[in-house]
Design a protein around this ligand. Structure first.
Ligand code: 13P
Length: 339
């Protein structure tokens, strides 16, 4: 394991003022995004939207890395340059989603276990050759009155730790993503409890496998009220509870906490990140690895029509700039109007 190279990549991804664009929707998930704008799930549309984002001028000032899906990592853009070359030419680090998705558990049909460890070492080696320098594995934890089960939390933590060890062996910085879902009606206190339990279980499994933490990044969900909860917590409460949970669980050797947006609106995700950076006090960089919260406005501005690419790029750059400001705790709602 080349520890110095892994640490350098992790630090570059968590560089001040920057974060990650998660553009690694699987083809079925990208199909759902395209159907929101009334478009079919065709390769040429998936390519055009992603090419539009990646060729946005100055996005590299705010975006350190982009997570790709397998199709995009191997894809050429309209000018015959590969998507990987487009990113590399801007100093943006290509990454790759390597998990095989979350599937219902045999022992607990209401819960999911992320699969994809079979053949992972070989795939990681190939992805490194194709230009990827980091990867991502997403586990999902569901909250209900009697969930998650200990079996689900442990099995997902074990898989994340095996994935992280294999990735580092192939030279890829693993993004460790245990997402506690916002679906349901639970309180922020219940989300705190499950998030703390999950993160402690994940870090115990990582220690057990000898994963080199300075060469990893954590991608957690924020500690928040469920999407259908009564009296949802405000921005300050989400920020302070998320920081309290991370201080209790995430080791100081982890260079960066790269939050997912997980169904928050674009403005909520930015406001929460900014509030956390304004509060500060943790040993790690607090950054973003947003999918929907960086792409939603751009997707609608594009609408599947290449005539709208410039407008879509402006929408994407604006979100990237605002999240860049949130990295310093200096985002304000008034900045939303300055498109
Ligand atoms: P969202 O920010 O849309 O949750 O996507 C991030 C991600 O990579 C999910 O795996």
């Amino acid at each position: 394991m080349d520890r110095a190279a892994l640490e350098a990549t992790a630090h570059a991804l968590a560089a001040p003022g920057k974060g990650i664009l998660a553009a690694d929707e699987s083809n079925p998930t990208m199909g759902k995004r395209l159907s929101q704008i009334g478009m079919p799930n065709e390769e040429r549309l998936r390519r055009e939207f992603r090419e539009t984002l990646f060729t946005t001028s100055e996005m590299e000032n705010y975006i350190s890395g982009v997570i790709l899906f397998d199709e995009t990592l191997r894809q050429s853009a309209s000018n015959n340059r590969s998507m990987v070359e487009i990113l590399q030419s801007k100093g943006v680090i290509p990454g790759i989603k390597v998990d095989g998705g979350a599937h219902s558990m045999d022992s607990a049909p209401d819960e999911k276990l992320t699969t994809g460890l079979d053949g992972l070492a070989e795939r990681c080696t190939e992805y490194y050759t194709l230009g990827a320098r980091f990867d991502k594995w997403r586990a999902v934890i569901t909250i209900s009155d009697n969930l998650p089960s200990a079996a689900c939390v442990q099995a997902n933590a074990d898989a994340l730790a095996d994935y992280a060890r294999i990735s580092q062996g192939a030279g890829l910085v693993p993004i460790i993503e245990p997402e506690v879902l916002m679906d349901g009606t639970h309180s922020i206190a219940r989300c705190y409890e499950v998030s703390e339990w999950t993160l402690n279980t994940v870090y115990a499994a990582l220690a057990d496998r000898g994963v080199h933490l300075p060469g990893t990044l954590l991608k957690p969900s924020m500690v928040n009220s469920a999407s259908d909860a009564d009296n949802r917590a405000d921005v300050e409460k989400v920020a302070s509870e998320t920081l309290r949970c991370l201080k209790a669980t995430a080791p100081a050797e982890v260079p960066g906490i790269m939050f997912l947006s997980g169904g928050q609106s674009e403005t909520e995700a930015t406001a929460h990140l900014s509030a956390m950076n304004a509060m500060g006090g943790g040993p790690w960089e607090l950054s973003f690895s947003y999918g929907r919260a960086l792409q939603q406005s751009a997707l609608y501005a594009w609408g599947g029509d290449s005539a709208n690419c410039t407008t879509a790029q402006a929408a994407f750059l604006h979100r990237a700039q605002l999240n860049g400001a949130a990295r310093y705790g200096s985002y304000t709602a008034a900045m939303e109007a300055e498109a």
